[in-house]
Structures are given as C-alpha cells and as structure tokens.
Design a protein around this ligand. Structure first.
Ligand SMILES: Cc1cc2nc3c(=O)[nH]c(=O)nc-3n(C[C@H](O)[C@H](O)[C@H](O)COP(=O)(O)O)c2cc1C
Length: 208
C-alpha cells in the first residue's frame, strides 16, 4: 500500500532542545499505528529557515482575479504555488509549534499568508469564504512555557481559535490539538513532554 504523505511544518526557532520538536518526535510513530500505513514525511523547517515574507507584488495579486494575477505576477507567485502544491499533496498535515505571545509564531503566520489565496485555496461567496482544498487530518503538536489552554483561561488563547478559523477558510476542518504546556514551570521540560505524549498516544492517537 502507498505511504501516507505527511507535511510537517516545524515552527520552533530553537536548534536544540525544542519542546515542540520533541513532542512531534514522540508522537509521529503513533500515526503509522493509528492509520495502519507507513508515513512519508516532507518537512518545512519554518522556524530555523523562515520563508521570505510576502512581497508587494504578491499582496497586489491577491486583489485581482486569479487569471489576471497570474498574467501580471506569475513569477512572484511561484513560492506560494509551490507551498500550496505541497500542502495539497499531503494526506496529513502536522504542525509542530510553540505558542508565541498567545498565538502562532510569526513564521507559521507567514506560511499561512502564502497559502491562503483567493480563487486558489478559497473563494469568497455571499455567505463568506469557502475552502477549495479537500479536508484531511491536521494535527497540531503545540508547546507552551506557561499555562495556556486552561479553563478558565489564565492566558488568552488566540492560538486555537485563530488556527481553526484560518485553516477552515481553505477547507481544513479536521484539526486535533495536542498541547503540552507549563513547560517553563518544571525542572525537566523534555520529560514532561514525554509524559504528555504518552497520554496522547493512549487517547487521541490510538486507532479507533
Ligand atoms: C517569543 C516567544 C513568545 C512566547 N510566548 C509565550 C506565551 O504567550 N505563552 C506561553 O505560555 N509561553 C510562551 N513562550 C514560551 C514557549 O511557548 C515555550 O518555551 C515553548 O516550550 C517553546 O517551544 P520550543 O522549545 O519548541 O521552541 C514564548 C516563547 C518565545 C520565544
């Protein structure tokens, strides 16, 4: 059987001891068990090798109908086209990321700005934006130093509502959040990550 294609967006800027990367490395092997298929990973190191910021030409292109945008700004759309092709080829999307200032890191926001594209990944209708990509599982292995994602909130959560909304715009609605938090408050953050990972493997990542 063909391998499942997984697109991994690694958003930590840390080269060593990244908690989100550690969480991902603990959890990825469980996917093969959950889906019963080998997983082939295509990785974007957004944190340590950030994408270039969007250009003035790219921003201009977004206000034009797609054919006019291609005719005028074709070359400027190449990176966005490549990232969208990569995303569309994936059976599973895995976002490995810390929380930065209550929301997604700027490098992930930048990737989002490159792939959320009018008439390419979404269309605007009277009822709002409608996604053009087929839905597929998206996993978000997210770590935080403080007590994010508590009820009642201790820190405001602009992370999950934002990511859920913006991925929903392009058609990705099947999102599972796998958070490991309070890591600045423990002596051994990587060990704490491993404990959280075991819990997720027992619950969310076990084949149903
Ligand atoms: C710029 C920056 C902003 C951060 N903002 C938050 C925050 O809002 N809430 C929080 O709990 N932790 C915050 N942290 C802590 C990180 O989420 C935490 O250290 C996380 O484990 C880092 O993951 P990594 O090791 O994979 O990079 C921030 C860290 C950085 C570098």
């Amino acid at each position: 059987m063909k391998d499942l294609e997984l697109l991994l967006l690694d958003c930590s800027p840390r080269r060593d001891n990244s908690t989100s990367r550690h969480l991902t490395s603990q959890l990825l092997p469980a996917l093969t068990r959950r889906f019963g298929r080998a997983v082939h990973v295509t990785q974007r190191h957004l944190g340590v090798k950030p994408l270039p910021a969007i250009t003035p030409e790219y921003a201009e292109s977004l206000v034009l109908p797609v054919e006019a945008a291609r005719a005028r700004y074709g070359d400027e759309l190449a990176l966005s086209d490549e990232l969208i092709r990569e995303l569309d080829a994936a059976d599973i999307v895995w976002i490995s990321t810390p929380v930065h200032n209550f929301t997604v890191p700027a490098v992930l926001k930048n990737w989002i700005d490159h792939v959320v594209r009018r008439d390419v990944t979404f269309v605007t209708t009277e009822a709002g934006k409608v996604g053009l990509l087929r839905d597929r599982p998206v996993f978000v292995a997210v770590t935080a130093g403080g007590a994010m994602f508590r009820e009642p909130p201790i820190q405001p959560d602009f992370f999950r509502p934002y990511l859920t909304a913006v991925l929903g715009v392009i058609g990705l609605k099947d999102i599972t959040y796998l958070p490991s938090t309070r890591l600045a408050m423990v002596d051994a953050p990587l060990a704490a990550v491993e404990e959280h990972a075991s819990q997720f493997i027992a619950d969310a990542l076990t084949a149903r």
